[in-house]
Design a protein around this ligand. Structure first.
Ligand code: NAD
Length: 475
């Protein structure tokens, strides 16, 4: 049994009922899992009206009540993690353990928002005139429109929903049509937790048509998007034209610096494991590797050996360490990166091709001897491809790491405290991880700089994008 698919508008789950539908495909074997109903313009209008009406009361709801609902969602997520995880593996492909892990970590995100939403404080500013009172209030911005992708469908949606709802906003979210089950499960959890109708609405459709309609609507005051840089720029431009607040979590191209004093075996093992996580379809995936000359050969050998031993297969098989790519369209993209590297003199040490079996599988791939202007060194591969290059001078490596317009996450391995400090301050990146991978916790901010985005999710900053600052003065 796969997840029941529907729209969720004004507290109602709405099935096909004459609407257009889209097939949902299992990337592990290409089979059809179900039909997703797509929203008509009337459905989008109904979602907008419901969110607008619900905002009138939800904005004044007690933070204690909002907190209780978010806590309940955390509890339900934990209780249902196995079932939700299984459906996520079916429609997205990631190994079941990763899928269940995603749901469990999202329960922590909901808990974090449940705590923090009780602490959205304003402040009092001392006045020049003792009879004057000056207050700064932080109010919910209003109806939010959110668009989330298919690589972490539960995580990316629940973070936006919890931030909006915790702040006192209402939200319309368009989830990923290719992998919709996790977002349906979120709607069910909020419904069962007693969220009033209209506070959360879920729609599906042709992405560009839905985002265009919602962003242009005067009802929507805030736009939040996770996805690729080109789409993010389009949506940000449209939101800007209508003077709407944005949060943009966009793509990355994370540099990895392995310094000569690093623990090579540990770095190679950890980086290989992270590289194949979600088949490399992770915006903070380690992407460009700069390895110091002194340890280059040792690192390349170790890293390649680690990736060669990865068990690729159906995510429901408990032995699987890496599943398929989420869509068929990703395979030619991977091949393009590999072919381009080859044409520029790059060597394929491992993989480099589609795996011949049903489904959309691509081998873990190691590329070496390629120039910095190879496609895979400048565009986000979003797949299990690791280009390894060498460096001799740290200044030069930092300059190369900072040379792209992306700035989401960066990684470094070194035992030098001095170099670690330098990398932490000089890498142009929203997140810098040294000797381990520590991003994406609920209590830490997640977000990029440069083309990788605007704003943060999580951490103490999580509600900032969903609140407006109002100054009230009285005498
Ligand atoms: P894509 O750029 O077409 O789509 C990416 C996501 O954005 C999808 O979920 C899609 O439904 C959505 N989208 C596309 N156009 C939209 C629009 N006009 N309005 C609203 N949503 C829209 O490409 P794709 O093949 O699905 O994914 C490939 C690329 O997307 C990757 O190479 C990667 O760079 C990027 N991506 C990034 C993230 C992330 O976490 N930052 C997640 C998924 C995809």
């Amino acid at each position: 049994m796969y997840q029941h698919l529907a729209l969720y508008i004004n507290g109602q789950f709405l099935d096909g009922q004459g609407r257009q539908t889209q097939a949902v495909i299992n990337p592990a074997d290409g089979s059809s899992l179900g039909q997703l109903p797509l929203a008509s313009q009337g459905d989008l209008d109904a979602a907008l009206e419901a969110a607008q009406a619900a905002f009138k009361s939800w904005r004044h709801s007690s933070p204690m009540d909002r907190s209780a609902i978010l806590r309940k969602v955390a509890e339900l997520s934990r209780e249902r993690a196995q079932e939700i995880g299984r459906n996520l593996t079916l429609d997205q492909g990631k190994p079941l353990a990763e899928a269940v892990g995603e749901i469990m970590s999202c329960a922590d995100h909901a808990d974090w928002h449940a705590e923090e939403c009780r602490r959205i404080y304003g402040r009092v500013i001392p006045a020049r005139n003792p009879k004057v009172q000056q207050m700064v209030l932080r109010e919910p911005i209003g109806v939010c429109a959110a668009f989330t992708p298919w690589n972490f469908p539960y995580n990316q949606a629940i973070r936006k929903i919890c931030a909006a709802i915790g702040a006192g906003c209402t939200i319309i979210l368009k989830g990923p049509e290719d992998s919709p089950s996790a977002v349906m499960a979120i709607a069910q959890a909020f419904h069962d937790a007693g969220l009033p109708p209209g506070v959360l609405n879920i729609v599906w459709g042709v992405p560009q048509e839905v985002s265009d309609y919602l962003i242009r609507s005067p009802i929507v005051r805030k736009v939040s998007f996770t996805g690729s840089v080109p789409v993010g720029k389009q949506l940000a431009a449209l939101a800007g034209a209508h003077m709407k607040r944005i949060t943009m979590e966009l793509g990355g191209h994370s540099p990895v610096l392995v310094l000569p004093d690093a623990d090579v075996a540990r770095a190679a093992r950890q980086l290989a494991r992270f590289k194949i996580r979600n088949a490399g379809q992770v915006c903070i995936s380690p992407t460009r590797f700069y390895i110091h000359d002194d340890i280059y050969t040792a690192f390349v050998d170790r890293f390649t050996e680690e990736l060669a031993n990865v068990k690729v297969g159906d995510g429901l098989d408990p032995d699987t360490q890496m599943g398929p790519l989420a869509h068929e369209r990703r395979i030619p993209m991977m091949q393009k990166f590999v072919d381009n590297a080859r044409s520029l003199g790059g060597k394929v040490l491992l993989g480099g091709e589609q795996i011949k079996r049903d489904g959309f599988f691509f081998s873990p791939t190691v590329l070496t001897d390629l120039p910095d202007d190879a496609l895979v060194m400048t565009e986000e591969p979003f797949g299990p491809i690791a280009p390894l290059t060498r460096y001799s001078d740290l200044d030069d490596a930092i300059a190369r790491a900072n040379s792209l317009p992306y700035g989401l996450s960066a990684y470094a391995f070194t035992q030098s405290l001095q170099d670690a400090h330098r990398l932490g301050t000089e890498l142009e990146s929203g997140m810098v991880n040294i000797n381990h991978f520590g991003s994406s916790l609920p209590e830490t901010p997640f977000g990029g700089v440069k083309d990788s985005g605007i704003g943060s999710e999580g951490g103490a900053e999580t509600f900032d994008g969903y609140l407006v600052t109002k100054f009230v003065t009285q005498i």
